[in-house]
Ligand binder design. Sequence first.
Ligand code: DGJ
Length: 735
Amino acid sequence: MKYITYNDESRVFVLRTNHSMYQMQVINFDTLVHLYYGANIGDTEITHRLMFLDRGFSGNPYEAGDDRTFSLDVLPQEYSGYGNGDYRINSLEVEHQDGSDAVHLRYESHRMWKGKYSLEGLPCMYGSEDEAETLEITLYDRISNLKVRLLYGVFPELDVITRAVRMENEGENPVKIQRAMSMEMDYPNRHMDFIHFYGRHTMERQMERLPLHHGVQSVESKRGMSSHQHNPFIILCDKKTTEKHGECYGYALAYSGNHRCEIEVDQMEQTRVVMGIHPYHFSYILNKGDVFETPEVIIAYSSEGLGKLSRIYHDAYRSNLIRSKYVNSPRPVLVNNWEATYFDFNEEKLFNIAKTAKEIGLDMFVLDDGWFGNRNSDYTSLGDWQVNEEKIRGGLPKLVQRINGLGMKFGLWIEPEMISEDSELYRKHPDWILRIPERRMTRSRSQLNLDITRKEVRDHVMEKIFEVLDSCKVDYIKWDMNRSVDNVFSSALPPERQGEVFHRYVLGVYEMMERLVSRYPDLLFENCAGGGGRFDAGMLYYSPQIWCSDNTDAIDRLRIQYGTSFGYPISSMGAHVSVCPNHGTGRTAPFDTRAIVASAGTFGYELDLAKLSDEEKEIAKEHIQEYKEMEMLVLNGDYYRLTNPYRNHEYVLWQFVSKDKKETIVNGVMLRNESNPHIHLVYLEGLEPDRHYKDADTGAVYTGAALMYAGVPLPVGQGDYQPLKFKFCMTDGDI
Ligand code: DGJ
């Protein structure tokens, strides 16, 4: 079966996945228009929806002669230029040598091949010839001879289509790209909602659903990172779409820097979406023969509601984006010393935490910030990647050996992109930072961004880090980034190329990470940016997990993890049990509840285990055992959001179902107990209706249908924030 076809007569392209379809057509004057994206509609080419009408104030291309009904201002397009009569938000803006900026893209040719295209130095989904097909459509601008190749990756089984754009200057003169979005999608007259994930440090990815309105609305980051403030993942859906029902479309940008997603509802009630690198402070000069590639957008469609859309992303990322060998296999359950000690530790304190960790069944000790240079506070030493032997007497190899001697693995924190002014590195290379000449720098957490657009800077940092990693057995790395990018100027680039700095910074990060993961293929790699400031599909290409948030409060985490689950697999969310009262919120939640919430992620601890009472240690042992028993469900299972924490203020529930539907776990938190309580029922999802399931606690047996359509009551508890958990396993035999 061919999943990409082209009809020579009608000039229609069709991309098919198992449950979705995408169509485009080359029409008059070699214009590539978008016809359709949605449910699989069989062999009908959706050409009948194009209507050509004379629209006032919507101009016509010169070639149209006296025909006033052909206007780019109202036609659905695949990738729109600028200065050609289309006044809506667009995909491409350039500046030519003569100062003009029009670009009019026309179809030139196309080719298709089995397997998935790749991008140079940028993360993207990968796929073998059995898994994916690629379509490349070449558009061109007649005057400049800029070639714009639209890339489409089709993953039939995953129900995912990817898009990216490769531009090549085949003209004689330089072209300055000023806006190069990764994709554009035009919808016909259709009233939709827009779901996005906003937030702040320690409160990332809060879900918001808004009706689309006339004009332009957008989410974006200009911080040089995908950001805590707006995630580069959005959903468009019908007004009636719910978790279980209705149509929805996801757009995920696999990029970790400045981004923008714009949505315009135009004069004809049509909706256009564009997504890609933020045009702010962006330009890229293409001399003759130069190539520029945009990051990739991963697109998915679901006709079965938002829950299904999320599961499409979870499966796609786990099978064809995350490359780590740990993606589908159990990860060492860790304890991280950050909230246990902050900067105040020595090797004995660390060893004692590791010792208790071993006693209670943990697998790995992670040494966080503070082990290098003179790093006794966050004012100093970033860049000096040598161990501080005053704190860790005998050095890192000795500590690691002792920890390994316990039967524990060892992990280490690094922050390679940064520099402190109080550091040997800064004293030696004060010019290695991003800094606008003559201007004072903006500090953030008292640190500066290294100019990692420069190869010698990247080489130096990575070599220093490799020296440490080669000196002892490190099984895990946490790569942190604790400030946004600012002072955006590289002394290594000429004035006309300063618009490239933000993007080159991100390419620098990717190159450094690629070096790390290819040199240490067995390393478990966790990304972090002050928690979840760089939680994006780009980062998942390098690391299977990302520290979800610096907020470890179990109750706040319910919303953070809920929002994150829309676009990212549960196995990608670093989640730890920390102490109470919580260091950030002062809130107290039961130990069991903290464990249940952290179990909806890559589970670990972040507290001084040596301070646990014997009783608490026994409970922690049980938590760890329980997590290990359910870990494969977290890593590989299907995830269902059973409640919306923004609507249901009484309890939050979520569910894992194994792919074979034989096992399911429902976990959650009763937020507040009431006197004389209502009976609350939980309705399970994703089970075999005609099979029997046994409650692992009570032994009661129900049909899958009974669990899904009649529900089971939540227990009546005492006190707020009580944990909720159910486990059901399929028993033999049909009804
Ligand atoms: C921010 C991270 O998110 C924390 O977990 C911790 O590693 C600190 N940085 C250390 O500075």
